[in-house]
Design a protein around this ligand. Structure first.
Ligand SMILES: [Zn+2]
Length: 50
């Protein structure tokens, strides 16, 4: 089986660690843009992935 679920939301603005999708806390739409907050696996605080 080939499992390539390396999808990430972006990187932590603080430590630049890639944040996996499963760390997503909330997602919201703002106009045409979709933004969200996720817990950084490294900082262990909610951040907005960049
Ligand atoms: Zn971080």
């Amino acid at each position: 089986m080939h499992n390539t679920t390396s999808e990430s939301l972006g990187s932590c603005p603080d430590c630049e660690t890639p944040i996996p999708v499963r760390y997503l806390l909330i997602r919201y739409e703002r106009g045409d843009d979709t933004a969200g907050y996720a817990t950084c696996p490294d900082c262990e605080i909610p951040v907005r992935p960049v």
